[in-house]
Design a protein around this ligand. Sequence first.
Ligand code: FA5
Length: 344
Amino acid sequence: MKEQLQQLQQEALEKIAQASDLKTLNDVRVAYLGKKGPITEVLRGMGKLSPEERPMIGALANEVREAIQSALEEKQAKLEQEEIEKKLASEAIDVTLPGRPVRLGNHHPLTRVIEEIEDLFIGMGYTIAEGPEVEKDYYNFEALNLPKGHPARDMQDSFYITEEILLRTHTSPVQARTMEKHKGRGPVKIICPGKVYRRDNDDATHSHQFTQIEGLVVDENIRMSDLKGTLQAFAKKIFGEDREIRFRPSFFPFTEPSVEVDVSCFNCGGHGCNVCKGTGWIEILGAGMVHPNVLEMAGFDSKKYTGFAFGMGPERIAMLKYGIDDIRHFYQNDLRFLQQFNRA
Ligand code: FA5
């Protein structure tokens, strides 16, 4: 029995030494120290021993058990440590590696100019109004004093969808819609940015789809001088003191009197070139005092209320601001063009 115990110890210690993972080690524990294990088996057979042999074998069995137990514990600690080290090695992060650059997007130059103009007018107490791009003939023309068959409709060659519905040719229908909502009560003070569509031939300064920003103020005692002061403040803020501005008498069916505002050409400084078609000026804005018929059609008493309105093309303004010589650059999404406007 003594040899049997010693044999068991040796066998167990060998298996413990060979175990390369925690599961195998646990199997060894169960096999040797479990209730059905060989040591328990040996102890069960002690009844057959003589009274002199019994304490000696009992003590030896305990020694064997303890030896196996402590070898198991030692090996378990070693395997656990190895596992932690393996995990740490596999999860190691090299904090000295260079980071991957984050590619930042940027505002499109047109968006930037639109936001700059919006900020300027919001600062003067205007709110932003929007309207549909697919518009009723009524709001695009009729409510703006342009009844069907009016020759001035030809000024804005239109994309019709049905006889009554078209792609809006300007942002002025938002004026008509906003005034209607006010139900004859002022003040109204809005700007309306948005896309517009015309059957214009694309060239350096014309596009069939472009952007406009409309402005409208309606209240008691609004005068032409208010319009002039507002447009002058706008021109100074956007173009600086250097650039020249010209007011020309003009005609729009929805304003009376009407004016057109030109800015001296950025490309030639006003001498005449292909960008300004030899005139030295680029038209940026149409404006005027809201026609009494337009006020009345929207439900305002034109004896009590007056107003001014203006409509500008932000593409032309962005071209002046950034010295862009062709409007088509805005729509082609050429990164070489767009990246020139990246902020530092
Ligand atoms: C109008 O559209 C009027 N609704 C503006 C207005 C509003 C006048 C309120 C009075 C009161 P006009 O057709 O001139 O006006 O266009 C206004 C601006 O849009 C022009 O000054 C120009 O800067 C821009 N624009 C016109 N056609 C084009 C085009 N094809 N491509 C790019 N910009 C254009």
